[in-house]
Design a protein around this ligand. Structure first.
Ligand SMILES: Nc1ncnc2c1ncn2[C@@H]1O[C@H](COP(=O)(O)OP(=O)(O)OP(=O)(O)O)[C@@H](O)[C@H]1O
Ligand SMILES: [Mg+2]
Length: 191
């Protein structure tokens, strides 16, 4: 699903709510049958860690960790850092063109490279729900296309729900559904 809407309309806020990072003043949010607002903060953290992948608009990479350490962090936190997941993670790093940057720190990467790392980190633990906030905003057309394919592939292979915020009608049109958020109203459109 893609989510369009003017700057300041609340797209990032909506993703934060879906991930349980923020809590709504009214209404409830259900993900996988769980009402997010009824979980304790610790339960929300564990739920997010295991089931949600989040590509933040401003990446939120950890500056003191290398590329490799940033990438493997979700697996490590979930106790999933066996040989096979580790190899899969390195293959993923190769596939996004960062195989030779394993030991660099985020500040040594370009904006587009940081964005690609943020995307890899969000999918490395194969989440049920992937929330991606303008994930191709800093990428050239060809790289953006590769990244989009990676996200769509997660949906095709594991059935994950992908919610993609974008300002591009072309990218929005690649999703099965498109929602438009403006002035507190959300509606379905055909991009
Ligand atoms: N931490 C905050 N405290 C108070 N207001 C905030 C906060 N974060 C965002 N807002 C406000 O909430 C509104 C929605 O912001 P949000 O970041 O969700 O917009 P957006 O649709 O993601 O915009 P953009 O396309 O520019 O990223 C804006 O008016 C913004 O000023
Ligand atoms: Mg935003």
């Amino acid at each position: 699903m893609s989510l369009l809407g003017p700057s300041g309309s609340g797209k990032s806020t909506l993703l934060n709510l879906l991930a349980g990072i923020d809590l709504p003043d009214a209404g409830t949010i259900q993900v996988e049958g769980r009402i997010i607002g009824e979980l304790t903060e610790k339960e929300r953290t564990l739920f997010r860690r295991r089931h949600i992948g989040f590509v933040f608009q401003f990446f939120n990479l950890i500056p003191t960790l290398t590329v490799e350490e940033n990438l493997l962090l979700p697996l490590e936190l979930n106790g999933q850092l066996g040989m096979e997941p580790r190899q899969d993670a390195f293959n993923l790093l190769e596939s996004i063109g960062l195989g030779n940057r394993r030991h660099s720190f985020p500040e040594q990467l370009s904006g587009g490279e940081q964005q690609r790392l943020a995307i890899a980190r969000a999918v490395v633990h194969r989440p049920l729900l992937l929330l991606a906030d303008e994930p191709t905003g800093n990428l050239d057309a060809a790289t953006g296309e590769r990244i989009l394919e990676l996200l769509l592939d997660l949906h095709r292979r594991s059935g994950a729900t992908v919610i993609l915020v974008t300002h591009s009608r072309d990218i929005a049109a690649r999703a099965g559904r498109t929602l438009y958020l403006d002035s507190g109203q959300i509606r379905e459109i055909r991009p």
